[in-house]
Design a protein around this ligand. Structure first.
Ligand code: V47
Ligand code: SF4
Length: 400
């Protein structure tokens, strides 16, 4: 489906008439008329007590776009360093240089890890790390080159806009030059992390050393101009208000109208453990589902909404497929960021495990590539041949 193309949805009038919340009926009417939702609609979605009504609306949109397909990818998450100078208050992953537990992988060690990845048919490496105060442009170029050589043909979805800004500043070059050089070294796409919430109030309180929303959006726009597809995220369920959440979604939608290169949106529920915000409870399951549905409805120009199983857990991920999500991210292998902050999910899933998760939820699994193209030629027989257990064993913490 083309970006910026609003889909016609099927919502029988009796279903709309039966919805308990008049706001959900009004929004359903707008969707049928292909009208764009606004701040008031977004707030009504987040604040409704009619979770099933909201879910029906989001499911109708998801069904019109993707039928019962649910996408996933054979990928490996690699965090090359946890050393970071930003000290965001919601982060349990980063360490200051020299602190116990701080690590930085050499490009060779990172490449070895990917060469030895247990994912049988690896398609993508998701590469992110902290803003290291000493690594130079050469390190990032060498890292991408080493990873490309480790598993030729595998696509590198690398570096958030926060890292791009950091690398550019340290090298004294523009974002555009930095992205061009990294693209030449093998960067195929960019992940959506680092967006947090585009609210200056929240930024000042929780992550004052990180780039603001305007710069984050500019960098993604620049990447889109260079034919680098990117993703977008929202970190929610901490101190942000419902207005700030909806404003974030509306800003992403406006950027997508301008530059069109976003592939997927991933809502990230805040995990408080081991962070300075561990007194906060994190969002409830209902809030997570509402946020996924609201994103599906507001982001009419985003094709894919990911239910990130690492942060949602298996059961809520399966439910999220009924509330607007159509993608699960991937096999991942060894997730660190959410697990340091208390995620109780497995570190990774096998292809078979993801496929089973999707089927159990009543959907049709479709393996995809980094650019969200469905892969053909991966038959049920091939999955069966892998004969893997559903999860990878928890990886050790050894670093070089
Ligand atoms: O940038 C950090 C967030 C992001 C916490 O683009 C936290 O395909 C919750 O962006 N609780 C990393 N969230 C994850 C991410 C991502 C994951 C999967 C796929 C893609 C994609 C992107 O996680 C960080 C930050 O925004 N984060 N700490 C925490 N305590
Ligand atoms: Fe650093 Fe990212 Fe953690 Fe912020 S969220 S402290 S930028 S690693």
């Amino acid at each position: 489906m083309e970006q910026n193309q609003k889909v016609g949805i099927l919502l029988p009038q009796d279903i709309l008439d039966g919805m308990a919340d008049p706001a959900m009926r009004r929004i359903g009417d707008k969707l049928l008329k292909r009208k764009r939702l606004d701040m008031e609609d977004g707030l009504a979605c987040l604040e409704t007590t009619d979770l099933t009504g909201l879910g029906q609306l989001a499911f109708a949109v998801r069904k019109a776009m993707h039928g019962r397909k649910a996408f996933f990818i054979a990928n490996h998450h690699l965090n090359y360093t946890n050393v970071c100078q930003n000290g965001c208050r919601f982060c349990a992953f980063s360490r200051h240089q020299g602190m116990p537990g701080a690590y930085t992988l050499s490009p060779r060690a990172a490449a070895r890890r990917i060469a030895e990845s247990p994912v049988s048919d690896l398609r993508e490496v998701h590469v992110v790390g902290g803003c290291h105060p000493e690594l130079g442009l050469d390190y990032y170029v060498d890292l991408l080159r080493a990873l490309s050589e480790a598993r030729p043909g595998v696509k590198l979805k690398a570096f958030t806009a926060v890292e791009i800004d950091h690398i550019s500043k340290r090298a004294g070059i523009s974002h555009g030059t930095c992205l061009t050089m990294l693209k030449e070294a093998g960067l195929a796409a960019m992940p959506g992390g680092g967006a947090e919430v585009f609210s200056e109030r929240v930024r000042k309180a929780l992550f004052p050393r990180k780039i603001g929303g305007r710069t984050w959006l500019q960098i993604h726009g620049k990447a889109h101009g260079l034919n680098i597809n990117t993703n977008a995220t929202l970190l929610f369920g901490h101190i942000e208000t419902p207005e700030e959440r909806v404003e974030h979604l509306i800003k992403l939608r406006a950027q997508q109208d301008r530059t069109g290169g976003f592939k997927a949106f991933i809502p990230l529920p805040f995990h408080p453990e081991n962070t300075p915000l561990d007194h906060l409870p994190g969002p409830t399951g209902v809030d997570i589902l509402k946020t996924i549905s609201t994103a599906r409805l507001i982001l009419d120009n985003f094709t894919h909404i990911k239910a990130y199983w690492v942060m949602l857990g298996k059961k809520l991920t399966q439910t999220a497929l009924h509330f607007g999500a159509n993608d699960l991210e991937g096999t991942i292998v060894n997730e660190e960021i959410a697990h340091r902050a208390g995620a109780r999910t497995e570190a990774g899933f096998t292809l078979r495990g993801l496929e089973a998760l999707i089927r159990e939820a009543g959907f049709e699994p479709v393996q995809r590539d980094t650019f969200h193209q469905p892969l053909t030629g991966v038959s049920q027989d091939e999955y069966d041949r892998f004969r893997e257990h559903a999860h990878y064993p928890a990886a050790g913490q050894t670093r070089s």
